[in-house]
Design a protein around this ligand. Structure first.
Ligand code: BG6
Length: 482
C-alpha cells in the first residue's frame, strides 16, 4: 500500500540555524525526501540562514554532506535538483547583517513563507523583531519553533508573550516531533476509527495504562543542555504528556486543529498533582564500556535525572480511579516505546479458581517494530481440563501494510503540515503552559527537598524502586525489549 502524496503549493522555507545540528540531522533530510516525493514544486525554495559566512555554493555543500550523513543520499539528479532550489544568507540575528538580502530574496514572489527558528529560544525575540521590522511576515507566513519551549511555566509564558507579540497564534507552529510519528497518529486512528475499543475505554473496564519510552542512548554531546533539563523537562513534560493526552482524551468532534487541541488541553488540566512517593528518579552509572551520567554531563555531583517513572491520575468522569504509569529514561536495556492498556479481569471466572488471573491487554508498540498486539485469553490446547492461557493477536504494521508502506519521518509530515497550514499536530500556547503548570511543582519539590536520583546500571530497566512503584499496587511494568 503506497502512501498518497497530496500536492502542496510552492513555498519558501527559511531555516534560521540552517547549518546547525537539527537542520543537518532532521530538517534537510526530511525536506529532501519530500522533494523526491514531488512535494517541493518548482519555484519552492529552501533558504538557509546562519552566522557562518558561506556562499550559496558553500551552503549547498553543507547540505550535500548532511544528506550523505543523515539522508542516505550520495548523489544523483534528484540531489542536484534539490540543491538547485537552495539559497543561503549570512545573517546576524542580533544585528543588521543579511536582513536586506533575505527580504530581497523573499520579495521575488508571494509564496507561503515559513520561518523555522532552529535556534535557541534566546534568539526568538531578535528574529521576530527583525522579520517584522523588514516586513517579511504577512498573513501567509508561519513561524516554526522547537522544544524546549521554556524550562518552567514562567519562561514558557514569557516565550509565548514574545511570539504572540509579533505573530498570531494561528501562525505559530510549536513542534513536538512525537506528534508527527506515524504510530502516534495511529493512536487516534485506533481509538476513534474502531467501534471495538471506545465503549471499553474508561475506568470501568481499564485497570491501568502504562506508557514507556525507553532509550539506549546516553546524553551524547548534549551534556550541558541535559544537565539543566533532565528527563522530566526533556521528555515527560512534552513527549510523554502528548502520548497521555492522545490515549486519555475525549473524542474530538472533528480531526481539526482546535477540536483536537481543546480535548488534549482538558486532559492536562485534569491531571492531579503527583505525590512525591509516586515518583522515582534515576541516574545511570557506568557499565558495559560506557561512562556514567555524571561523567557525561561533566558534573560529579549532578542531581539531574536521566530516568523518571511516575504514577498519575486524571480527575475526570472517564478516568477517575485509573492509574497511569509513565516512565522514560536513557541508557536503558532497549530502545522500546510502547503504550499498554491493561483491562480489568473478567468479573467472575466460570472456570473455577484454579485457572489463574487473565485479562486483556492492548499494546501499541510505537517504536521500533511498530504494531498493535491484543492479548486474549483462550483454552490451552490438549487434555487436562480447562486451562487458560493468554495469547497475542499480533499485528505488525510492516506486515499488515506490505513492503511498500512508507512511514515518513516525523519531520517530513510536520514540515508539510506547516506549509499546508494545518496546526493539528502542533502544540498550542495554552497546552504548553498547562503542561508546565503540572510539571513545575514536581520539580520544585525535588529542589526543595534536595532530592538525589537513584543510581541504576546502564542498560538495565532503571532503578529497582521503579519496579516497586508498580509492585506495591500489585502491578508490573511490561518488559523493555532489548
Ligand atoms: C528529543 C529529546 O526531544 O527526543 C531527546 O530531547 C530524545 O533527549 C529524543 O533522545 C527521542 O526522540 P526519538 O524520536 O528518537 O524517540
Amino acid at each position: 500500500m503506497a502512501s498518497r502524496v497530496i500536492p502542496v503549493e510552492a513555498f519558501d522555507l527559511v531555516v534560521f540555524g540552517g547549518t546547525g545540528d537539527l537542520a543537518r540531522r532532521k530538517i534537510l533530510p526530511a525536506l529532501f525526501k519530500r522533494y523526491c516525493a514531488g512535494q517541493m514544486p518548482g519555484p519552492s525554495r529552501l533558504i538557509g540562514a546562519a552566522r557562518s559566512e558561506l556562499t550559496t555554493e558553500g551552503y549547498r555543500e553543507v547540505v550535500r554532506q548532511a544528506l550523505r550523513e543523515f539522508g542516505n543520499t550520495d548523489g544523483g539528479p534528484a540531489l542536484e535538483g534539490f540543491l538547485g532550489q537552495i539559497d543561503y544568507v549570512t545573517i546576524d540575528a542580533r544585528g543588521g547583517t543579511g536582513w536586506q538580502e533575505l527580504s530581497a530574496l523573499l520579495d521575488i514572489n508571494d509564496h507561503v513563507r515559513a520561518f523555522y527558528f532552529s535556534v535557541g529560544p534566546g534568539l526568538f525575540k531578535d528574529l521576530a523583531e527583525r522579520l517584522q521590522g523588514h516586513r517579511m511576515v504577512d498573513a501567509n507566513s508561519r513561524i516554526v519553533v522547537e522544544k524546549p519551549f521554556g524550562r518552567d511555566l514562567e519562561s514558557a509564558k514569557a516565550l509565548n508573550r514574545v511570539l504572540c507579540g509579533f505573530f498570531d497564534e494561528g501562525q505559530i507552529y510549536r513542534i513536538d516531533h512525537y506528534l508527527g510519528k506515524e504510530t502516534v497518529q495511529n493512536l487516534m486512528a485506533v481509538r476513534f476509527g474502531n467501534m471495538l475499543f471506545e465503549p471499553l475505554w474508561n475506568a470501568q473496564y481499564i485497570d491501568h495504562i502504562q506508557i514507556t519510552v525507553a532509550e539506549t542512548v546516553g546524553v551524547g554531546g548534549r551534556g550541558a543542555y541535559y544537565e539543566r533539563a533532565g528527563a522530566m523537562r526533556d521528555m515527560m513534560q512534552n513527549h510523554l504528556m502528548q502520548l497521555l493526552c492522545l490515549i486519555a482524551m475525549e473524542p474530538p468532534a472533528k480531526f481539526e486543529p482546535d477540536a483536537v487541541r481543546d480535548e488534549k488541553l482538558k486532559v492536562i488540566r485534569a491531571l492531579d498533582p503527583v505525590e512525591p512517593h509516586h515518583i522515582v528518579r534515576g541516574q545511570y552509572t557506568q557499565a558495559d564500556g560506557v561512562q556514567g551520567f555524571r561523567d557525561d554531563v561533566d558534573n560529579p555531583r549532578s542531581k539531574t535525572e536521566s530516568f523518571i517513572a511516575l504514577r498519575c491520575h486524571l480527575s475526570n468522569w472517564r478516568w477517575a480511579g485509573t492509574p497511569f504509569y509513565l516512565r522514560t529514561g536513557k541508557r536503558l536495556k532497549g530502545r522500546d516505546s510502547q503504550i499498554t492498556v491493561v483491562f480489568k479481569d473478567a468479573p467472575h471466572s466460570i472456570f473455577g479458581p484454579d485457572t489463574g488471573r487473565h485479562n486483556n491487554e492492548l499494546t501499541i508498540q510505537l517504536q521500533p517494530n511498530e504494531g498493535i498486539t491484543l492479548d486474549v485469553t483462550i483454552k490451552e490446547p490438549g487434555q487436562g481440563g480447562m486451562r487458560l492461557i493468554d495469547v497475542p493477536l499480533d499485528m505488525s504494521f510492516a506486515e499488515a501494510l506490505g513492503p511498500d508502506a512508507d512511514a515518513p519521518d516525523a519531520y517530513e509530515r510536520l514540515i508539510m503540515d506547516v506549509i499546508r497550514g494545518n496546526q493539528t499536530l502542533f502544540m498550542r500556547d495554552d497546552e504548553v503552559e498547562a503542561a508546565w503548570a503540572w510539571t513545575d511543582p514536581i520539580i520544585q519539590g525535588w529542589e526543595a527537598r534536595g532530592d538525589v536520583p537513584k543510581p541504576y546500571d546502564a542498560f538495565t530497566s532503571g532503578p529497582d524502586t521503579a519496579q516497586q512503584l508498580m509492585r506495591r499496587d500489585g502491578r508490573e511494568w511490561r518488559g523493555i525489549d532489548s
